[in-house]
Design a protein around this ligand. Sequence first.
Ligand code: AMP
Length: 407
Amino acid sequence: MNNSFSDLNLNSNIVEGLKKQGITVPTAIQSSSIIPAIENKDIIGEAFTGSGKTLAYLIPLFHKIDTTKREMQGIILAPTHELAIQIEDQIKLLAQNSDVPVTSLSIIGDVNINNQIKKLKDIKPHIIVGSTGRILDLIQKKKITAHTIKTIVIDEADNLLDPKRALVTKNIIKTTMRDRQLMIFSASIKAETLETAKTLMKEPLIIKGEDKPQINPNIEHMFIVCERRDKFETLRKLLVAVKPEKAIIFVNDNDDIELTTVKLNYHSKDCFAMTGKISKEDRKLAIESFKNGKIKILVSSDVTARGLDVEGITHVFHLDLPLKLNEYLHRAGRTARGDAHGTSICVTTIKQLSIIKKYEREFNVEFKQKKVFGGILEDYNYSLEVKNDNSENKSYNNKFNKSKFHK
Ligand code: AMP
């Protein structure tokens, strides 16, 4: 395992750029794939979301792309629009932080094709990220220059190479030059995917992934639904109902952290605002006071809670949901240290229910819906509420029932 990105003989700008993003130690998949990827080897990598797989293929792409040419050099295929946008965000972030002028464009279906054609012509992006159908369409229309593509990455390959979708994916690959490199990443590589992949590759290097981190079974996951404007009031009632011994409330924005803390302290809670603005000394003092119980509740963002390892946290509250899926795992893991039990409670809006559903799928856990009633945290029975509720909640209940949210 490599302990730093400098050991991987990367362009130093990339290493510096990663450092700015707080990324200094390669993950397992990055350690095993970056060097062979730079050497143009075909790769089949088993890697789950959160393992650092995106940078495992983006870093070699950044290293190899000839930025002196305004030429399309890489295609990244992703099964969902959401994933394509996330990948493109990582490209833009690294380009900005590293000063390596790699350009990119996301090409997804459902977006006006003429605008995409114009952008392809104007930007001549080095990397194209997107969905297979639209990319193949644009290759056939000769708007994407397949013959200049040096690397194709298939993210979530189980999905893109499954029998229903494999044909389009294969057709894209066939349009590129024979000596292009192909990298395939997937959370789990099924035998049939491996067989299909091997027909498309020259002596691929197969990298087995690590086991997916398991979420601590001693954590109970819950959520409460309310309107956005009622989030604070819901949190306040929640704190009264569950009386946490020690808790972290996660809030995404510095100003909101301060506001939440001021409002909670007005209701005589022993809270401290862990914002990015406080000095190192104050941060140290706050953590000490949190450890010894003088402060019962820390209000913090993911960034300001980084490296915080405190025993005895009974509850984690998410007033805002984390911006990244995996961050939920880190947040919830602050509670239930050792043999202790803990509770992680999300305060969500109706719109955010799809994210809760994603957590359930991704981390294989069950979230119980709750409601604070008469100062007590209770299970919430949706269907009973339908008749007497207002129209927004009614549609929520209907949607919720239809969505088979419960396993
Ligand atoms: P992914 O598995 O690509 O979805 O990455 C999940 C998250 O991990 C992203 O937010 C990355 O920025 C972050 N990440 C990727 N590589 C590293 C690393 N070597 N060290 C710390 N964080 C990383």
